[in-house]
Design a protein around this ligand. Structure first.
Ligand code: NAD
Ligand code: ZN
Ligand code: ZN
Length: 343
């Protein structure tokens, strides 16, 4: 049987192990994708550390921003063929018939599977996928460019929509890393005024280059006060992408009266919600989880139309432990993408 290179989590909190695994073969209704590029998301770090209450079964291959071409098609696959270019995202599959699936909320389906978490993902040369849930990648985007859009892109695009903001209003984006640098661009393309918050001046300088109207370093004083001052009373929408608990209370604090604070970052743990402020100011606090297939098509269209551009650093699969280490310490400028043509 042919073999593939892969990076495997064998033990939570330990470095990934570079291994050769058998290339999967597609069962009925499945496809195999030969991966060209796969982004490295902070979620992969949470997965490798076993940070979350629902843990993946060991061993597993992380990675949920995988783009490539279909190399094998199982029986009963009708809509796709060998050679088609697709993305294998976090929302790997869902049941298709529960109340959530039927109302286009397949992201919260109780039977949903997650790429690179409950199913093996894209830190490998090949991946099995469900053709009903893959992303369709527009020709205008290279695989390397498309990769960050199928998680970081769709998540922030959907998160901004969930903030219920209108063109001209303010959105505050907390965390200007992989998710945040795309969120700034989606928000500008959607006609919003943008404030970006981070704890790293390099990330903030980049946020300004990407169009943020003003930036706040959360290490220099209370960011909620700075945002309230800069926006004349608070941001109409807040999108928290920072993988850090203090950012959550701060994010609620910078939300305008009647505004919406959207929680997207997933550090393990809880945060205190100041009840009086939330109630008396009629603030909505809402979680948002990746996006539906429809959101995915829209998020990719912004990329294909040149309105959103992922800033990527290409690395080989063999560099994965160094990349995860840098991600943990805030040393990745925007997004690292594993390029399978690079060795
Ligand atoms: P990243 O490491 O690329 O970026 C995080 C950014 O947050 C960095 O720029 C960092 O400097 C900044 N930051 C850290 N502490 C901060 C603070 N206190 N205030 C402001 N900024 C701070 O990570 P990423 O890939 O963008 O992922 C971010 C988080 O989003 C992770 O927890 C990830 O699991 C989560 N995520 C959630 C979804 C979802 O569907 N809800 C999807 C993808 C990722
Ligand atoms: Zn992700
Ligand atoms: Zn379902």
């Amino acid at each position: 049987m042919a073999r593939m290179h892969s990076a495997v989590v064998e033990k939570f909190g330990a470095p990934l192990v570079l291994q050769e695994w058998d290339i999967p073969s597609p069962g009925p209704g499945q496809i195999v994708v030969k991966i060209e590029a796969c982004g490295v998301c902070h979620t992969d770090l949470h997965a490798a550390k076993g940070d979350w209450p629902l843990k993946p079964f060991l061993p597993f291959i992380p990675g949920h921003e995988a783009i490539g071409r279909i190399s094998a098609v199982g029986a009963e696959v009708r809509l796709m063929k060998e050679g088609d270019r697709v993305g294998v995202p976090w929302l790997y599959s869902a049941c298709g018939h529960c109340e959530y699936c039927l109302s286009a909320w397949e992201t919260v389906c109780g039977e949903a599977q997650f790429g690179g978490y409950t199913k093996n993902g894209g830190f490998a040369e090949y991946v099995l996928a469900d053709p009903n849930y893959v992303a369709h990648v527009p020709d205008a985007l290279s695989s390397q460019q498309a990769a960050p859009l199928i998680c970081a892109g769709v998540t922030t695009y959907k998160g901004i929509k969930e903030a219920d903001v209108r063109p001209g209003e303010w959105i505050a984006i907390s965390g200007a890393g992989g998710l945040g640098h795309l969120a700034i661009q989606y928000a500008k393309a959607m006609g919003l005024q943008v404030c970006a918050i981070d704890i790293d001046d390099g990330k903030l300088a980049h946020a300004t280059r990407l169009g943020a109207d003003f930036v706040v370093n959360a290490k220099e004083g209370d960011p909620a006060e700075a945002v309230k001052k800069g926006t004349g009373g608070g941001a109409h929408g807040v999108l928290i992408t920072a993988p850090s608990l203090p950012a959550f209370k701060q994010g609620v604090g910078m939300t305008r009266k009647r505004g919406t604070c959207v929680l997207v970052g997933l550090p393990p743990g809880d945060f205190p919600l100041p009840l009086f402020d939330v109630v008396a100011n009629c603030i909505t606090v809402r979680g948002s989880f990746v996006g539906t297939r429809r959101d995915m098509a829209e998020a990719l269209a912004f990329g294909a139309g040149g309105k959103v551009h992922a800033d990527i650093e290409l690395q080989p699969l063999s560099a994965i432990n160094d990349i995860l280490n840098r991600l943990e310490h805030g040393d990745v400028p925007s997004r690292v993408v594993l390029d399978f043509a690079v060795h």
